[in-house]
Design a protein around this ligand. Structure first.
Ligand code: SDX
Length: 393
């Protein structure tokens, strides 16, 4: 029904909602944030400007951007009592479990921004989530490695602040490498939103019940964790490491094609893209650039990834099923080169996707016609029958 793109009737009947935020053409491999192509935004914009675009619908003026960045910067600290919340987890808890728990707990600490029908509270909750996710994700990492929490700093830009909270220690100065900042910011931009993927649909469904925004975003974090979705970046790097060398690639290609083997090539395939995921192209270029600048262009994992991609893209199975690398195929290589453990890959994805989740949540809540989501089913169970007493069974 969009007046910009025409859809065939079959598609409109399956669409879960209308949205003006992100457009994907799976056959062309096209991704637009509010009409702007993802490759242009990844090259020319930066993550907080992309957040503004996704949330408010237009690229900001210089004054609007300065105001937005200032508001985000002043909300990066967490309520000090939330420190105890982190400490309630076992040290070996997966950081996604910590992030999911802490984001949900935000509704217990920020009562003044949970009324979804107060536009001002919606705005404050939005800023708080964008601002505090880097602190939550960085502290989940620090807690996992037993290092003290590093507080956010107002003199650093968004991505540098996150990296500083992750890698600085109180005992010495830590200067954030601008190469890592640029790479981190680009990864955030590429992961910011992606139409009605599983976790965004989860946020919308939770939000349709009028649950508070923090609880809805926590639901999105939970859904993203799965290896079929956002957890694929962790699973993909672990798979590439397990393959280890290019001579072992045919063995894994064969397993991925074996119907009786549950193994799938992680980082490959997509529900919507039946062509190259445009984010994967940018991510691959970024991997080359970042590893080159860091002097590790011969990283064996990158070589295995490139050879695996080259072989799969010529293999009839992958070609016939239109399976191409997705956003998760190269992202883990960059994050690994930056010094992150694989357990931090999906929390970083969740940090970035919070921009899309909260934008889509706001769009839905602001729509006066939106109603509670209530998917129906095709019943395949028993026909009507009467109760049988246990002695008669
Ligand atoms: C993300 O939706 C989004 O937008 C998600 C995301 C986002 O930004 O939010 O893009 C992020 O989740 C990317 C996807 C990350 N997941 C992975 O990389 C995990 C590995 N990929 C697969 O598990 C799979 O491709 C899915 C889950 C992504 C899609 O699964 P589908 O819907 O079953 O894929 P399909 O319908 O296109 O599959 C067609 C065929 C099937 O075989 P048949 O039943 O037709 O015989 O291809 C097979 C699949 O079994 N197949 C694969 C495969 N992916 C699909 N075979 C081997 N390896 C793979 N990776």
């Amino acid at each position: 029904t969009s007046d910009i793109f025409t859809y065939d009737p079959g598609f409109t009947s399956t669409a879960s909602c209308e949205s003006a935020i992100t457009y994907i053409d799976g056959d062309k491999g096209e991704l637009l944030y509010r009409g702007y192509p993802i490759d242009q935004l990844a090259e020319k914009s930066h993550f907080l400007e992309v957040c503004y675009l996704l949330i408010y619908g237009e690229l900001p003026s210089a004054e609007q951007l300065e105001d937005f960045e200032g508001r985000v910067t002043r909300h990066t600290m967490l309520h000090e009592q939330m420190v105890n919340f982190f400490r309630g987890f076992r040290r070996d808890a997966h950081p996604m479990a910590v992030v999911c728990g802490v984001v949900g707990a935000m509704s217990a600490f920020y009562h003044d921004s949970t009324d979804i029908y107060d536009p001002w509270q919606r705005e404050v909750a939005t800023i708080r989530l964008i601002a505090k996710m880097p602190t939550i994700v960085a502290w989940a990492y620090k807690y996992a490695i037993g290092q003290p929490f590093i507080y956010p700093r107002n003199d650093l830009d968004y991505s540098s602040n996150f990296l500083h909270m992750c890698f600085a220690v109180p005992s010495e100065e830590y200067e954030v490498d601008p190469i890592l900042t640029r790479a981190m910011d680009r990864i955030f931009t590429l992961h910011a939103d992606h139409e009605q993927n599983a976790s965004t649909s989860t946020v919308r469904l939770a939000g349709s019940s009028q649950a508070n925004p923090f609880a809805c975003i926590a639901a999105g974090v939970a859904c993203l964790w799965g290896p079929a979705h956002g957890g694929a970046n962790q699973a993909c790097l672990e798979m590439l490491r397990e393959i280890g060398s290019v001579d072992r690639i045919p063995e894994y290609i064969a397993r991925a094609k074996d119907k009786d083997d549950p193994f799938r090539l992680m980082g490959f395939g997509h529900r919507v893209y039946k062509n190259f995921d445009p984010r994967a192209k940018v991510m691959k270029e970024s991997a080359d650039e970042v590893l080159g600048l860091l002097g590790i262009e011969n990283n064996p994992t990158l070589q295995v990834a490139k050879e695996l991609e080259a072989i799969a893209l010529k293999d009839d199975y992958f070609v016939s099923k239109k399976l191409y690398p997705n956003v998760d195929f190269y992202s883990g290589i960059i994050l690994d080169a930056m010094g992150f453990p694989t357990s931090m890959f999906t929390p970083i994805f969740a940090l970035a996707r919070t921009a899309g989740w909260i934008s889509q949540w706001k769009e839905m809540i602001a729509d006066p016609t939106s109603r509670i989501g209530r998917p129906r089913q095709l019943y395949t169970g028993a026909a009507h029958r009467d109760y049988i007493n246990v002695e008669d069974r």
